[in-house]
Design a protein around this ligand. Structure first.
Ligand code: T6T
Length: 281
């Protein structure tokens, strides 16, 4: 149900098909939660695949089952999220999430040059990617005296929780001028919360990711900018890295993938359209 991972899965399938002698099986928990993902990692490890491409749901709680997979001789490629201790992984492939948080703040600066209070709506602590986005955003916000960072509301990766916490934060802090929504469901929910507060277009939202519903909110003017990642490319790179590891070729420990910043002004461009996430392959 997460367009980011659906798109990554499409990249994985397509690269596997291209290589020819690779078969892929994709599994995931129903929620972004290490207690739900860990048993999947364990059962996948028991099935002894040659490689696992995985987005760990927690920087530390996901380490033990991943370490067990590596100890069993399975090549592990970390896609999107990573671990506090990624040692033993063939490669880590992701966006530069700290930089992405900084881009989000810069977008708010441009939208609200006079400054004001800014809020972050985020998933939960312990997710490497979204923690890093928040870090990049906070550092940039704190460096600009015109802006005041009023804190982060967590939504557990639920758009409905994100809507509730956004609405409550806007009621508590009527001076909020901008919101950084650090992932797909945070952005969808923040858009709903701002709409419910009757502040659509007045409170600016910069969201991560580019799922079709987020793009609709952008076109409608509830969201002002989207920082699209390259999940498809993360997927193709991940298959290539696993394949290299399995065929004794040199691998690349860290691979960074690009962002496309989508606004109403450039939404129709071929680059922006290509950056929109897929809901099926
Ligand atoms: O933002 C992506 C991903 O990069 C992050 O690690 C978790 O949330 C998403 O999947 C979007 O829902």
């Amino acid at each position: 149900g997460d367009g980011f991972y659906v798109t990554m899965g499409c990249g994985i399938q397509s690269e596997a098909k291209k290589l020819g002698n690779v078969t892929v099986n994709i599994q995931g928990p129903t929620q972004f939660d290490a207690t739900l993902q860990n048993p999947i990692i364990e059962s996948v490890t028991a099935a002894k695949p040659d490689a696992i491409l995985i987005a760990p749901n927690d920087v530390s709680a996901s380490r033990p089952p991943i370490a067990a997979a590596m100890a069993a001789g399975i090549k592990v490629v970390l896609v999107d999220t990573t671990l506090s201790d990624p040692s033993g992984a063939v490669s880590q492939i992701s966006s530069d999430n700290v930089a992405g948080g900084g881009y989000a703040f810069r977008a708010i600066q441009q939208l609200v040059p006079g400054g004001g209070e800014v809020l972050v709506v985020n998933v939960k602590p312990g997710v490497s990617t979204t923690d890093q986005r928040q870090q990049g955003f906070e550092a940039a916000a704190k460096a600009d005296p015109k802006f005041k960072y009023v804190g982060t509301q967590f939504d557990q990766d639920s758009a409905s929780v994100a809507a509730q916490v956004t609405l409550a934060a806007l009621q508590k802090n009527p001076g909020i001028v901008g919101i950084f929504a650090a992932n797909l469901f945070s952005a969808e929910g923040a858009a709903t919360g701002v709409r419910q507060a009757g502040k659509s277009g007045k409170v600016k939202i910069v969201g991560f990711d580019a799922e079709p519903d987020e793009v609709t909110a952008l076109k409608q003017g509830t969201v002002q900018a989207l920082i699209a990642q390259s999940p498809y490319v993360i997927g193709t790179n991940a298959v290539d890295q696993a394949y290299k590891a399995l065929t004794g070729k040199p691998t690349t420990p860290k691979i960074g993938t690009k962002f496309t910043i989508i606004t109403q002004a450039n939404e129709a461009s071929p680059q922006s359209q290509a950056a929109i996430y897929k809901t099926s392959c």
